[in-house]
Design a protein around this ligand. Structure first.
Ligand SMILES: Nc1nc2c(ncn2[C@@H]2O[C@H](COP(=O)(O)OP(=O)(O)O)[C@@H](O)[C@H]2O)c(=O)[nH]1
Ligand SMILES: [Mg+2]
Length: 303
């Protein structure tokens, strides 16, 4: 299976539910919209956005005089694809050297794996990459990143377990300048004892990184596990408030994810989805394509 087929496979539960719900509709009355609301919520889109989508769908249906399930489905799909296509004014990548990317997110969402995958893609592009173990919480985390650094032929900077994450980041950036590195990928911890500690640490890393290289971090990417439900929304908002996210990366869309969390997140934060992950291998990370994602969540209704 190619990447798109695997994404479609991952999201098939949502697609089948949507198609059977709308395909089976006899009329588009309040009972129908109630069931649609349930289906959207079941797909992890969240109550608020689901209601908002239904309001927009109703007016699009009136405007276009949509009467068949196929017409209604097409309108819904178009609304979802539009909501997924959040763009934000970001500085063009690699306009500064080193280009600094900071990865944040709670424990286990896939930060380290994503960094490894991205580093290997940058390497294939001929870039000089550096991975930085600013997740100093546990020795295993440092070793795990080292393995990805070896695999992707990247420079690797780490200190001992328990070292101050911000100072690891600062030293790494000084080294990156000296070594004329093109792109620095900073791994961070997501598992400090309290949310306050975690956020204080994130805030400090951002401050220190900006001191080492004015304008850095150039990208601050939140990695989210696509199988997390609505909890992800609260998580993401907290990170956004503290570090100012420039992009989202949604992982584990190959499992039991329903897909709607991607939609709810990007719409809530007005931050674009940059990449999606559908597996643990090097090649299992791809650019986000809103239309293809909407297609994977909704597919087509048979005539
Ligand atoms: N199935 C699947 N597993 C993933 C994906 N991305 C990461 N993982 C796995 O999720 C687990 C946690 O990943 P890790 O990178 O260590 O998360 P971190 O704690 O945020 O650094 C590991 O077992 C990864 O192999 C993905 O897209 N799909
Ligand atoms: Mg990690």
């Amino acid at each position: 299976m190619n990447f798109l087929e695997r994404l479609k496979d991952g999201l098939k539960k949502t697609r089948y539910q949507m198609a059977s719900m709308i395909g089976g509709a006899k009329q588009f009355d309040e009972t129908f919209f109630g069931s649609l609301e349930d289906a959207l919520i079941a797909a992890d889109i969240g109550l608020e956005l689901s209601l908002d989508i239904i309001v927009r769908l109703k007016s699009a249906m009136a405007l276009q005089n949509a009467q068949t399930p196929q017409q209604v489905y097409a309108l819904l799909k178009k609304i979802v694809a539009g909501d997924l296509a959040v763009t934000a004014p970001v500085v063009a990548p690699f306009t500064q050297k080193p280009w600094v990317m900071l990865f944040v997110g709670v424990n286990g969402t896939g930060k380290t794996t994503t960094i490894g995958k991205m580093a290997s893609a940058f390497k294939d592009d001929g870039k000089k990459t550096m991975l930085v173990a600013a997740d100093t919480f546990r020795a295993g985390a440092i070793e795990q990143l080292q393995i990805w650094a070896d695999r992707s032929n990247s420079d690797f900077i780490a200190q001992h377990e328990g070292a101050d994450a911000a100072s690891v980041a600062y030293d790494a950036l000084e080294a990156a300048k000296a070594r004329t590195i093109d792109v620095v990928l900073l791994d961070t911890a997501g598992r400090l004892h309290t949310k306050v500690n975690l956020m204080n640490e994130m805030e400090k890393i951002v401050r220190v990184v900006g001191r080492a290289i004015p304008g850095a971090p150039h990208e601050t990417l939140l990695v989210i596990d696509g199988t997390t439900g609505q909890n992800a929304l609260k998580q993401a908002q907290v990170f956004h408030d503290v570090v100012g996210l420039t992009g989202l990366i949604i992982t584990k869309l190959d499992g039991t994810a329903k897909g709607g969390i991607a939609l709810a997140l990007t719409k809530m934060l007005n931050v674009p989805i940059k990449k999606i992950g559908i597996g643990e291998d090097m090649s299992d990370l791809q650019d986000f394509d809103p239309a293809a994602f909407a297609e994977s969540m909704f597919g087509d209704l048979p005539e």
